[in-house]
Ligand binder design. Structure first.
Ligand code: ZN
Length: 90
């Protein structure tokens, strides 16, 4: 666990908290910050974090609020409000 990993974890928490308070712009800011830290330090982006972030608009996704989650042919399909879909097997 490096300092960068800790910062990314912390930003994940902040993004989640901001989304809870409907502060979507702030959440997006934290997401972008975390991505930048990961890139600069060449750290892998944690899978759990990656999956709760829209790849197109960097929104922190909350199913039922700004994202739809559906199961399809052995995949989880998450649709962001911006229309971007991400899928992964379960
Ligand atoms: Zn989006």
């Amino acid at each position: 666990m490096t300092l960068a990993d800790e910062r990314i974890d912390r930003l994940h928490e902040l993004a989640r908290a901001a989304t809870k308070e409907c502060n979507d712009d702030r959440a997006r800011y934290y997401v972008r910050l975390a991505k930048r830290v990961a890139e600069r330090q060449r750290r892998p982006f944690p899978t759990a974090f990656e999956r709760s972030v829209c790849g197109a608009c960097d929104a922190y996704l909350r199913p039922g609020k700004n994202a739809r989650t559906r199961l399809q042919d052995g995949h989880v399909v998450v649709t962001c409000d911006c229309g971007n879909q991400s899928r992964y097997p379960y």
